[in-house]
Each structure stands twice: as C-alpha cells, then as structure tokens.
Write a protein that binds this ligand. Structure first.
Ligand SMILES: NC(=O)c1ccc[n+]([C@@H]2O[C@H](COP(=O)([O-])OP(=O)(O)OC[C@H]3O[C@@H](n4cnc5c(N)ncnc54)[C@H](O)[C@@H]3O)[C@@H](O)[C@H]2O)c1
Length: 277
C-alpha cells in the first residue's frame, strides 16, 4: 500500500476557531495535506493572519463570525458550500475558558460555556446534516456507497476526567462526547465517521504560564482569565508521562489522524492527546 502525501486534495475542510492556537495549526496541517479550507473565527484579524500563513497555494475561504449567534453556523456551512460545493471534514474547534469555583459560577458563565462548547457544534452539525444527508442518500442510490466524510469534535481531558474550577467548561466538553457518540450511531449509514479529540495540556494562549496573577484574553468585548501558574505547570510536567506540554502542531496531528482515510473504520471514539496523562 502506498502513502498518499496529499490525502485531502480536492477535499473541503471546515475548521472553526482557526484564527490562532490549535485551529490555526490544524489549518496549516490540512493545507499541507492538500485540502481546500473554509475557516471561521470571531476574530477577523487573527483569521487574516492564518490566511496569510497558508499562502496562495491553498484555496481558502474565511468568515469572521461569532459562532454563538443563532444564524452563524448555518451561514458558515452555506458559505463553505457556495465556495467548494462540498464539505468532507468538519472540525469543531472554537472555544475558550471561563473558569471559577463551582459555588462562584454565574448563570451567564454556565450558559456561555455550554453555548460555545455544546450548542455551537450541535448547530453546526445540524446545518452540515441538511446538506450531507441528501447528498449521501443520492450517492448511495447512484453507486451503492456514500463518500466517507469526517467530523472531528474537540473535547478536553477536563470533559473526560473533570477539572477543578472548570465545572461549566468541563460539562460542555463532556457534552461533546455525547454528541460525538450519538452522531456516530446516527450517521454510520451515511458513511460519516464522527470522532472527538480530547486534549490535555497544549501550549496556546489559554494555557500560557504566569508567575503570580493570571493574564486575561479578550473575547467578544469581555476579559477572561487564562493561563496556568508555574506551579501548575511544574505539577503537569511531573504527572505527564512525556514530561512536557503538547505543541499545537502535535494537537493538529491528532485532529488530522481522525480525518485521514486510514481512519475510515474508526467512529464514535474519543482520542486522548495528552502526552499520556
Ligand atoms: N490549549 C489546551 O490546552 C486545550 C486543552 C483542551 C481542549 N482545548 C480546546 O481546544 C480548542 C482550541 O483551543 P486553543 O487552546 O487553540 O485556544 P485559542 O484561544 O488559542 O484559540 C481558540 C480560537 O477560537 C476562537 N473562538 C472562541 N469563541 C468563538 C466564537 N464564539 N466564535 C468563533 N470563534 C471563536 C477564538 O477567537 C480563538 O481564535 C478549544 O475548544 C479548547 O477548549 C484546548
């Protein structure tokens, strides 16, 4: 069997949260593997940076939208289909953290974490289904087989194992597992493989190191505390078998693995990418 260096040539790949971090690295990874990319992020400037990084060899469409707006997922799927007339891979990656002890979580905090981590992937995949199901049915009728398509949902070890100060985030990321396993059962008949990748500690702005007080990121006009204290990072180094955090390129590699044709008989799984933690 030969190895195809461009397995995504003539394939359309939709990635959310592609302006930076893991989503940006995933865009680079899929571009190197030949994909046409449709990228979304709430942050137009960082999305433009990703587009510039990809260069002109890659066919790219971008849309700067806040995915939590009710009509955004449908608009993004429509825009991707208008440009490429196909979506072969959906990567549900956009997300952020809003941490705090359980007894101090506000209603808004709880809802915001469920919105971005559970509701947005649900809506995006429902919009995808509106195109994918009739398309797969027509393929089945015409040739007896539907094109293999992939969904890679991004979860977290916070969702699969729990994490103190992240009750809303962890619940949203656990919901991703339910969504993944359920759609794997519903969409097997359409030859869609639906898997999740649960990340451990990957170096991005969400996990940047700090000495005494945590830094903040701005998201939709609000500031959110992020980062890991040097003490937490030292603890992780001791407890992670590989002894280090993951690089975004390694995180992107795990996403790509689940989208490769080599993974055509893997569905409903949660791949942990955590250096063994
Ligand atoms: N970094 C880690 O250690 C880690 C661990 C586990 C899971 N994750 C998950 O991986 C994913 C990517 O995280 P990252 O570390 O690369 O973070 P990041 O902040 O570097 O990138 C996330 C991107 O998502 C975008 N985004 C957030 N909310 C959005 C919205 N409403 N609409 C559109 N875009 C939106 C942001 O603007 C940002 O560009 C997230 O789902 C995160 O929860 C990360």
């Amino acid at each position: 069997m030969t190895w195809n260096p461009k397995p995504f040539k003539d394939r359309g790949v939709l990635i959310t949260g592609a302006g930076r971090g893991i989503g940006q690295a995933a865009a680079e990874k899929f571009a190197a593997a030949g994909a046409s990319l449709f990228l979304c992020d709430v942050d137009a400037e960082s999305l433009a940076e990703t587009q510039a990084l990809l260069g002109e060899a890659t066919e790219v469409g971008v849309i700067a939208r806040d995915l939590t707006q009710l009509d955004a997922p449908q608009a993004i799927v429509q825009a991707a289909l208008s440009q490429f007339e196909r979506i072969d891979v959906v990567v549900n990656n956009a997300g952020y953290i809003w941490n705090g002890a359980m007894h101090r979580h506000s209603e808004a905090q709880w809802q915001a974490m469920l919105d971005i981590h559970a509701t947005v992937p649900f809506r995006l995949l429902q919009a995808f289904a509106n195109w994918m199901i009739p398309t797969a049915r027509a393929e089945l009728e015409a040739s007896g087989a539907a094109t293999p398509r992939k969904v890679v949902n991004i979860s977290s070890v916070s969702g699969t194992q729990g994490s103190a100060t992240q009750v809303a985030y962890a619940t949203g990321k656990a919901a991703v597992v339910g969504l993944t396993k359920t759609l794997a059962k519903e969409w097997g008949r359409y030859n869609v493989q639906v898997n999740a990748v649960a990340f451990g500690h990957i170096e991005t702005r969400l996990t940047q190191a700090f000495e005494t007080s945590p830094p903040s990121i701005e998201h939709a006009g609000q500031a959110y505390k992020v980062g890991l204290s040097n003490q937490q990072i030292e603890h992780l180094r001791r407890t992670v078998p590989l002894g280090r955090p993951g690089h975004v390129d390694e995180a992107a590699g795990a996403i790509l693995l689940m989208a490769l044709p080599e993974a055509n008989y893997i569905t409903g799984e949660v791949l942990t990418c955590s250096g063994g933690a």
